[in-house]
Unconditional design. Sequence first.
Length: 277
Amino acid sequence: MGKINLQMYSFMDGTMNDSRENLKLASEMGYDGVELFGPNLEIPAEELKALLKEYHLEPVSMHAPKTEMVESLIPLAEALEMKFIGIGMECMVDDEAVHKFAETLNRIGKVCAEHGLTLTYHNHTQEFVPCEGERVIDVLMKETNPDYVSFELDAGWCAAAGYDPIELVQTYSGRVKLIHIKESSKVIGALPPLDFESIPKDEHGAPIFTEEQKAELEEQKKINCPAGEGLVDWKALKEVADKHGCQAYIVEREYTPGEGTRLDVLKADLEYYRTQI
């Protein structure tokens, strides 16, 4: 039985806002490790390290809130003896932006490598839109240095975009170091990125979405169905990914299907994936 980790963003349903308590909950449910994000990174390094040790959680990775914050988080990653540090999303509005982002990944990845860290980039569906006759994900794979840049495949978003995560792992053998275990119930296609820079912000810097945008985002989340009801064959993916260099599997949930709480669903996710991963 492999280890199953939890992306701490999974608690962000508006009901569980205590980052320290959420680490305890992840441990009590039986998750082996965590991928940290936003609010977790505000906890002082020594306290965070002590909490992870107390709850027997391996700090597998973290997602920097913004690409430009990765380098500033290297000391925290080192303090936690973490192997991976990741970028959760980048808005690439055109082909030129894709090439520029590949350059950025190489630059930041080199710095991370000098500190013993592996930089990863995490996909949504936008990485499967066309880019000069290929897909964005293909261009990023080809234009980044394998010594400095790896990828965190969100298998659910890949399947939702209409592509086979197993095929992608095989095609880019050795490049996918982490896999997000996320269920997607249907193919919605490769959607263009939201240009967050052009979206109005409130006084706290949070984006102000139109009602139409809110509805679209909510519909996208709703395809995050119960464990075992999605498009991905997890046993088959695990078998292939292990052979091609994947080092960790991380559950991420963005929606609470059914009548239970988010905590109920995360428990059910773990119980199901224990039979698969």
